[in-house]
Design a protein around this ligand. Structure first.
Ligand SMILES: Nc1ncnc2c1ncn2[C@@H]1O[C@H](COP(=O)(O)OP(=O)(O)OP(=O)(O)O)[C@@H](O)[C@H]1O
Ligand SMILES: O=C([O-])CC(=O)C(=O)O
Ligand SMILES: [Ca+2]
Ligand SMILES: [Mn+2]
Length: 630
């Protein structure tokens, strides 16, 4: 009986879970259901909804829309063969590569997999995969999982991590022991060894060369290899030559499930981190984001040990060298707003803040592409070309044109591309100390102002709260926005207690005189259902005014309940939308909704009331007082 799973039952088979099980195992094994939905309408889980298909065939047919071909072309209609090449642009193998019987697993000497030759595809170039779209990108499906599986993410609890990491209520670290990890590791490695080919990527994390981490990713699918090629920092052939031993290794068995009877397992998916062994194992999910965010979790452990703050944020820099950070949960606008024609992109999702300034952890971006438009997001649009991975999008079978509005497979469609596909990327992806810290919230309640200026205590309050509220646009009958609170705008990835990161942020902001802002990229004029999402061009104007320093000079009024400072004017933005009360037809409904959200914030913050943030009790008290008052 798993110690961490609590009350689980064998599902009698809801359609979605049965479909997921069928997809993962190709048999209808009953799945074990884990934790039910959170109480109080607060959702602590930012993973995506299940895939909208019940069989593999159904899933594949969702991806391709039929149209009449104008010029029938055979090559176009067949899936691309996966080339058997061992080398590629980045792929000059260093001595000893590729090994014949794979390095993965030296421990068992008499087995078929030990005798078998596995073809290792080492640091492949982008020419491998499934379907090429009309702009040259690679369209793939991630299978049954179209988002991360935070309930299946485990960390080995040993004598060291027991004391160092954050465990228990609210923590993303679900424990497992070394033995269970080794069982899963062996399962993944055996599976990988049973394949005719596996993909191996040797790459770097962190553009700050002083704190660079070497990672090796061993995976079963070409698309996973290309994804990591895009997302991690690509070594030069010279760097690859002297790569040496990796600091961290991922064994990604993709669709191959864990054994649900293994101790601690609560489903057939498991994403396991072992910090002592510097290894991660992935079983039972092909969602590529697990690798990216798994490594990010590791950085959230390694970097604070060196006094460096790891951040779930986008980052860009103006011509004058002014750096802005964009924090926010999934879908709030980190990628969209950090990708800015007028500024240099340092990175869209994961950064480090050290005494040297800021540095991107990654070598690529992972943009949401639902409803992507060329007009509104031209740089992201143009980045979708050869080398880019397009996950779970739907395209026309004949023209291979992608329909970005199609949610048939999932809402969480994604494009992964190397950062240099954005024309004004700042390479190397590093910058000086940040000047502005922008907290993004997509408030589907429609009561947070489009922009407000925060003092340090408020910035810390909102950073620790990590609020957003989205609406699951596709689920029928969902009328009520779901408030999500995720500490540090990334509770799913942090490894230490949130107050550790918060203290570091306060310290750095104070030291470097950064200004905090809260930007609502969500609803205006009413909650979801009656209002509408703030237009992206307005949000961009707001962000421009923050960057230019104009907004700092504006005059401000304070709001009720949240005590937020709202500017009287922002150039290019209609003045009447700046205070949300003016945009609601019904003021009572506004007040009621405001109080409701205030209550959710208060309830969420209760657990933090007992913690001290930093050395100074004064700051802790100020932070507690910086929340909603009513
Ligand atoms: N006013 C707005 N501001 C920002 N984004 C908006 C706005 N209106 C609509 N959007 C859309 O919201 C989405 C924001 O997603 P984005 O990819 O930037 O999320 P993210 O914060 O990077 O999340 P993740 O961490 O999951 O990558 C985009 O699809 C964008 O087009
Ligand atoms: O990790 C992912 O799957 C996508 C992402 O950036 C996030 O959810 O923050
Ligand atoms: Ca993003
Ligand atoms: Mn992210």
């Amino acid at each position: 009986m798993p110690e961490n799973g609590g009350d689980f039952t064998f599902s009698k088979g809801s359609k979605a879970t049965a479909a997921a099980a069928a997809l993962l195992t190709r048999k209808s094994l009953p799945m074990i259901q884990t934790h039910p939905k959170g109480e109080n309408g607060i959702c602590h889980d930012d993973s995506a909804a299940p895939v909208k298909a019940h069989t593999l065939d159904e899933l594949h047919s969702l991806q391709k829309k039929r149209s009449t071909p104008t010029t029938p072309s055979r090559e176009l209609m067949d899936p691309l063969p996966i080339p058997g090449t061992r080398t590629g642009r980045w792929g000059r193998p260093h001595p000893g590569w590729p090994p014949t019987t794979i390095i993965l697993h030296p421990s068992h000497c008499m087995s078929d997999s030990a005798l078998k030759f596995t073809h290792v595809l080492y640091n492949l170039s982008p020419a491998a995969g499934s379907f090429i779209t009309s702009t040259g990108a690679l369209a793939t499906l991630s299978g049954a999982k179209t988002g991360r599986s935070p309930r299946d993410k485990r960390v080995v609890r040993d004598d060291t991590t027991e004391h160092e990491l954050w465990w228990g209520k609210g923590s993303p670290n679900i424990e497992m022991d070394e033995h269970a990890f080794m069982v899963n590791r062996e399962r993944a490695v055996d599976y990988l060894n049973s394949l005719d080919k596996v993909f191996v990527n040797d790459q770097f994390l962190n553009w700050d060369s002083e704190h660079r981490i070497k990672v090796r990713i061993v995976s079963a699918r070409a698309y996973h290899s290309l994804f990591m090629h895009n997302m991690c920092i690509r070594p030069t052939p010279q760097e690859l030559e002297h790569f040496g031993a990796p600091d961290f290794t991922i064994y990604n068995a993709g669709q191959f499930p864990c054994n649900r009877y293994t101790h601690y397992m609560t489903s057939s998916t498991s994403i396991d981190i072992n910090l002592a062994r510097r290894e991660m194992v992935i079983l039972g999910t092909q969602y590529a984001g697990e690798m990216k965010k798994g490594l990010f979790s590791v950085m959230h452990y390694l970097m604070p040990k060196r006094g460096i703050l790891s951040l779930h944020s986008g980052c860009n820099m103006g011509r004058g060298g002014d750096v802005a950070l964009f924090f926010g949960l999934s879908g709030t606008g980190k990628t969209t707003l950090s990708t800015d024609r007028n500024r240099f992109l340092i990175g869209d999702d994961e950064h480090c803040w050290s005494e040297n300034g800021v540095s991107n952890i990654e070598g690529g971006c992972y943009a949401k592409c639902i409803d992507l438009s060329r007009e509104r997001e031209p740089d992201i649009w143009n980045a979708i070309k050869f080398g880019t991975v397009l996950e779970n999008v739907v395209f026309d079978e004949h023209t291979r044109d992608v329909d970005y509005s199609d949610k048939s497979v999932t809402e969480n469609t994604r494009a992964s591309y190397p950062i240099e596909y954005i024309p004004n990327a700042k390479i190397p992806c590093v910058g000086p100390q940040p000047k502005n810290v922008i907290l993004l919230a997509c408030d589907a309640f429609g009561v947070l102002p489009p922009v407000s200026k925060l003092n340090l205590a408020q910035t810390m309050y909102h950073f620790i709260s990590g609020y957003t509220a989205l609406v699951a646009g596709t689920e029928e009958g969902v009328k009520e926005p779901q408030a999500t609170f995720s500490a540090c705008f990334g509770a799913a990835f942090i490894m230490l207690h949130p107050t550790k990161y918060a203290a570091m942020l306060a310290d750095k902001m104070q030291k470097h005189g950064a200004t905090g802002w809260l930007v609502n990229t969500g609803w205006s004029g009413g909650r979801y259902g009656s209002g509408s999402r703030i237009k992206l061009p307005y949000t961009r104007k707001i962000i421009d005014a923050i960057h230019s320093g104009d907004l700092l000079k504006a005059s401000y009024e304070k709001t009720e309940v949240f005590g937020l400072e709202i500017p009287a004017q922002v150039e290019g933005v209609p003045t009447e939308i700046l205070n949300p009360i003016n945009t609601w037809a019904n003021r009572d409904a506004y007040k009621e909704t405001l109080l409701k959200l205030g209550g959710l914030f208060r309830k969420n913050f209760e657990v933090f009331a007992d913690y001290q943030i930093g050395e100074d009790n004064k700051l802790t008290e100020e932070i507690l007082a910086a929340g909603p008052i009513f």
